[in-house]
Design a protein around this ligand. Structure first.
Ligand SMILES: [Zn+2]
Length: 327
């Protein structure tokens, strides 16, 4: 994008360019009301030529004579610039509507931060492209809700923010940014480091996901082995039994966080780390539930998983982490 900080055909008649000519405000208003608002609309060919349409003559005659001379010479001098018909650039679309330079920096800042959002803040689209899949509007809505779903505890919020940030920092993307790094998976598996590879397909990440599904099976939760579920929170519509989505989401967030933590290390994200994270979430949720007198729904949600987590950890680790049953 080219920044052109002077006027264009799309600049408004009440902009500083015209005001600087010391044209009276009444004249500007007259033109706005009876002709139109951009320089292109009030150009020399349309207004200040001798062959102008008769209905406009009346307007012209009402313009103060000095203003008329000033405007006519301005349009004459800038004829080429104003008369050239072209598509407005992005900058013109944004800035031609602002009548002065007042607050321009904050306007630019706002526009730039929006541009930034548009390009980088749509992980779902990137995911869909990477997974070579199409998600329906409903699916995307579900995924967005999943991303924004904050739990009662701060720890989950923090994990979600950290993992969401990582969504954007894949080797493929970094190569595009810095143009020097290799676009291979940072775990060293020599595969191309796409979003779906780094979070799901990588042979170093797969063991953890297999473990997650093993836990789900123990909990008698039947879910297809599909990356869209843990990564985007898109659950298939046709499920045999009701799925405790809250619990699943906590397990998936803990797994994503475990993967994010070893993002650049040539090793598998460890099951122990994952259980440790889940146990942490579990304790936080417990205190939060206790405070709100919601122990029973909490117990219903976590009871089975508590037992599985305890049985999967060695006694020494349980002592280290103070993993004592809460329910
Ligand atoms: Zn890999």
């Amino acid at each position: 994008m080219k920044i052109d900080h002077s006027f264009s055909p799309f600049t408004k008649i009440n902009s500083k360019w015209i005001k600087d000519l010391k044209v009276r405000p009444e004249t500007i208003r007259l033109l706005e009301e009876n002709v139109d608002s951009t320089l292109f609309d009030i150009s020399i060919k349309r207004i200040f030529s001798d062959t102008m349409p008769s209905q406009r003559r009346e307007t012209i005659e009402r313009i103060n004579k000095w203003d008329f001379i000033r405007l006519k010479s301005f349009f004459k001098a800038n004829e080429n610039r104003i008369e050239t018909k072209k598509q407005p650039t992005n900058w013109e679309k944004i800035f031609a509507s602002h009548i002065s330079d007042k607050g321009l920096i904050s306007i630019i800042y706002k526009e730039l931060s929006q541009l930034n959002n548009k390009t980088s803040n749509n992980p779902i689209k990137t995911w869909a492209g990477d997974m070579n899949r199409h998600f329906s509007k409903e699916d995307i809505l579900m995924a967005n809700r999943h991303m924004k779903r904050w739990s009662s505890s701060l720890i989950i919020r923090e994990m979600q923010i950290k993992t969401t940030l990582r969504y954007h920092l894949t080797p493929v993307r970094m190569t595009k940014i810095s143009k020097t790094n290799s676009n291979k998976c940072w775990r060293g598996c020599r595969e191309k480091g796409t979003l779906i590879h780094c979070w799901w397909e990588c042979k170093l990440a797969q063991p953890l996901w297999k473990t997650v599904w093993r836990f789900l099976k123990k909990l008698k939760i039947e879910l297809p082995y599909d990356p869209a579920i843990p990564l985007l929170g898109i659950y298939p519509k046709s499920l045999k039994s009701a799925i405790p989505k809250v619990l699943c989401t906590q397990m998936f967030i803990a797994a994503l966080f475990t993967i994010a933590k070893t993002w650049k290390q040539p090793k598998c994200p460890a099951t122990d780390e994952w259980i440790k994270k889940m146990w942490y979430i579990y304790t936080m949720e417990y205190y939060s539930a206790a405070k709100q007198n919601k122990i029973i729904p909490f117990a219903i949600t976590w009871m089975d998983l508590e037992g599985i987590m305890l049985s999967e950890r060695s006694q020494r680790e349980k002592d280290n982490l103070c993993m004592t049953p809460l329910i």
